[in-house]
Design a protein around this ligand. Structure first.
Ligand code: ZN
Length: 389
């Protein structure tokens, strides 16, 4: 396999005048002034989720409610943690709000030892309990291979699903009806649906078609699971970052000084598979550069200038040597030879629309689903903003 640092993608015909999303991004539209619909989505989300004094008040009210619901229980809230900046800061926020969190970590077999050690140190400093769910590696390995064989871009989708599902399952197991998650549209932006869409049905189908094992213990999330978690068990998911002014640099400084957290490098570098999928698989096989989404978010959030972001994009996401060694590491860990991996790599590129998923159903019932979702969830979910129309 040869990896290239060249900026090999077609020169985009148009780049948003405010961020760095360009005409190669699916479903992008520009208005008369050259501003894109992803920027407009950011403005709509900002408007609906203020992070000024009003945001502070909203968060205070949420904390009061959680404390009330947590009375007589051991914990007020379940918090998903990875050892990265965002989730560590989320724990700090819990303590500031006077909440008693239970930290939940998914061990999917790819976390680096340093990131796990980091996580343990911080939890000890904060005196927070940790619940780790260890995924069945044999089954998960087969599920990841199926994703790669399917030719879908976002091969890390099973981890995303497993994290959310594990948070719900743990909340139910410990009888804690509230979950804090670290999503933050201001620093993450919106992923184009065609790049990263996934759901429980898609995962099941891909595994049946390409896998050699049945899904038995993997914490998948079918529509029935979602209904059970939210309607029957009434577990609620909250996104505290929507209501605060969050700056990555400041957050890193604070958690290092206060809790001895250590910075081991770039975003997602606590997980090698995620790093590989973003930096090599998406980038070199699909020509997808997810940095456009993140950098655009940073620009809108005032953390970087548009000019610096454009300069960053001219560089490869990481060096070809590291791409090569990650490629070999992933093959070895998944138990396939390099030539087998190269055969998988040569499969046609697909999108989620090439396989059965819940998406077509959701599209049909969008108006009613949005109504139901906004009653079930304490926030307006991003998919209801309808950027794909
Ligand atoms: Zn834009």
């Amino acid at each position: 396999m040869r990896f290239s640092t060249e900026y090999k993608y077609m020169a985009p015909r148009q780049i948003c005048t405010r961020c760095v999303m360009d005409s190669s991004v699916p479903q992008i539209k520009f208005d008369a002034s050259g501003e894109c619909n992803y920027c407009k989505l950011h403005d709509a989300l900002s408007n609906d989720n203020p992070n000024d004094e009003r945001g502070k008040e909203i968060l205070k009210q949420i904390a009061e409610k959680l404390k009330k619901e947590g009375k007589g229980k051991k914990y007020d809230v379940v918090v998903g943690v990875s050892g990265g900046t965002d989730s560590t800061y989320l724990l700090h926020l819990c303590i500031e709000l006077g909440l008693r969190p239970l930290a939940v970590h998914l061990d999917n077999g790819w976390n680096t030892e340093t990131s796990v050690a980091n996580l343990r140190n911080v939890l000890e400093a904060l005196d927070i309990d940790l619940y780790t769910y260890v995924i069945n590696w044999d089954e998960f390995r087969d599920i990841l291979l199926s994703q790669l064989k399917s030719g879908l871009p976002w091969a890390d989708a099973p981890t995303d699903i497993a994290i959310v599902s594990t948070l719900y399952r743990t909340a139910i197991k410990f009888d804690v009806p509230n979950i804090f998650v670290g999503n933050n549209f201001r620093t993450e932006g919106k992923q184009p649906t065609l790049w990263t869409y996934t759901d429980g049905r898609l995962i099941s189908y891909i595994q049946k078609k390409f896998g050699t094992k049945k899904i038995e213990t993997f914490p998948n999330q079918t529509i029935w699971d979602v209904l059970y978690f939210t309607l029957i068990k009434r577990v609620k998911m909250v996104r505290p970052f929507y209501y605060i002014q969050f700056n990555k640099k400041h957050a890193k400084k604070l958690i290092s000084e206060k809790y001895g957290w250590k910075d081991y490098g770039g975003h997602h570098h606590e997980n090698i598979f995620t790093r590989y999928i973003i930096g090599v698989w998406l980038n070199q096989k699909f020509g997808i550069d997810k940095r456009k989404v993140t950098l655009s978010a940073y620009i809108r959030n005032g953390e970087i200038s548009r000019q610096d972001a454009l300069k960053d994009l001219q560089q490869a996401p990481y060096q070809p040597k590291l791409m090569q060694s990650d490629h070999e590491y992933v093959a070895k860990k998944l138990g396939i030879s390099l030539s087998e991996f190269n055969t998988i790599w040569a499969n046609n590129n697909k999108t989620f629309r090439d396989y059965p998923s819940y998406y077509p159903f959701y599209e049909k019932v969008r108006w009613i689903a949005n109504k139901i979702l906004s009653r079930l969830l304490p926030f307006k979910p991003m998919m209801t903003y309808n950027i794909d129309k």
